[in-house]
Ligand binder design. Structure first.
Ligand SMILES: [Zn+2]
Length: 346
């Protein structure tokens, strides 16, 4: 099916704002796009759909179960989350994951990268939840249920709990992501020994550690709402950007945060108001994670997957359309197109 849209949009991987542009969608792809008005097109403001660079949707069924409790009591190998994950029926966990996926789709997310607990069995539960939802795509970062479990053949990479919790092993063609410096600094050196493809958190990292990561060209996924929830230091995003790190944002544990990238972007913009530009925040939710995880979306370009958010034409017509997206999208009605099909109208 062919769709033609025209109106204000962000064009290409630099998210260049075009006041009057067009997008042609066919067979799930963007087959043409550019500047100028198209006849017989549907008029919209057009934004690339979001990529959530870090989730744990397996714990969605535990939402608000641990409100007010500190991180060390809730997370970690011996934390309450793990206790409940191990003692809850598969159906309950899968139903929670399905709800998490719907929450993502409703808030404009087309792809997500999930750290999945529970070894091969945990990976299979997520695949089962995903099988009901065409259009949304996931990269699954598993971890072994026991030290000898050969789980990497079943997923996209290794999502390590921490440098202390497990012996991280590499497999050819699989990437590694590690939670680092979430509650304290000084973990970087050991993490680097595993040659990670990306790091998660770095909120407690000092200047020296941030410079080192920048020098090694390792992307960082930050989850500021999660850090704030647990009363932790927030990541120094302005310094990360200044040092040239490719920064992505993720919503982290579904038990403590909604899966809305709109909320995450707004939180970052308000917290760092005069220190981080809105366009850079939008990149952290689109083109940057597309690059890190290898998705062909997060940008409006010929040949990209047609994952788009369609809003009222007037929405982006402001002096700063990037700020408009990160500050006001939560209050807008939008149609969400995933792989060229209308996924929801909400
Ligand atoms: Zn995490």
């Amino acid at each position: 099916m062919r769709h033609i849209f025209s109106g204000p949009l962000f064009l290409g991987k630099n998210l260049e704002f075009v006041e009057d542009g067009f997008v042609v969608v066919e067979d799930g792809m963007i087959v043409d796009c550019g500047r100028g008005r198209k006849n017989k097109a549907k008029r919209h403001s057009i934004i690339p759909a979001f990529i959530n660079a870090h989730t744990h949707i397996g714990d969605y069924f535990l939402r608000e179960k641990f409100t007010g409790m500190p991180l060390d009591k809730v997370c970690g190998k011996d934390g309450l989350k793990n206790k409940y994950l191990n003692s809850t029926g598969d159906d309950v966990v899968i139903e929670g994951m399905k709800s998490a996926i719907i929450e993502m789709m409703r808030t404009g997310t087309c792809c997500f990268s999930d750290f999945r607990e529970g070894g091969i069995k945990g990976i299979k539960l997520l695949r089962k939840a995903l099988s009901n939802h065409d259009g949304i795509s996931a990269k699954i970062y598993g971890r072994p249920d026991n030290p000898d479990e050969a789980f990497l053949g079943e997923c996209d990479g290794y999502g390590a709990r921490s440098i202390r919790a497990e012996k991280i092993k590499r497999k050819k063609g699989k990437s590694i992501g590690i939670h680092v410096c979430e509650t304290k600094s000084g973990e970087l050196k050991e993490a680097m020994g595993f040659d990670p493809n990306f790091l998660v958190h770095m909120n407690c990292a000092g200047k020296e550690e941030i410079s080192k990561v920048a020098g090694m060209d390792i992307p960082v996924v930050v989850c500021p709402r999660s850090n704030a929830y647990f009363g932790l230091k927030l990541p120094d995003i302005p310094l990360m950007l200044e040092e040239g790190i490719l920064v992505c944002i993720g919503t982290d544990n579904a038990m403590t945060n909604s899966l809305s990238m709109i909320s995450e972007m707004e939180f970052v913009f308000r917290w760092f108001m005069d220190k981080v530009d809105a366009i850079d925040i939008l990149k952290m939710a689109t083109v940057n994670p597309a690059k890190v995880f290898g998705w062909n979306c997060g940008f409006i370009e010929k040949g990209a997957d047609a994952n788009l958010l369609l809003l009222d034409e007037s929405f982006l017509k402001t002096p700063n359309p990037y700020a408009t997206v990160v500050l006001r999208l939560s209050a807008q009605k939008m149609e969400i197109m995933l792989e060229g099909k209308y996924a929801c109208n909400c």
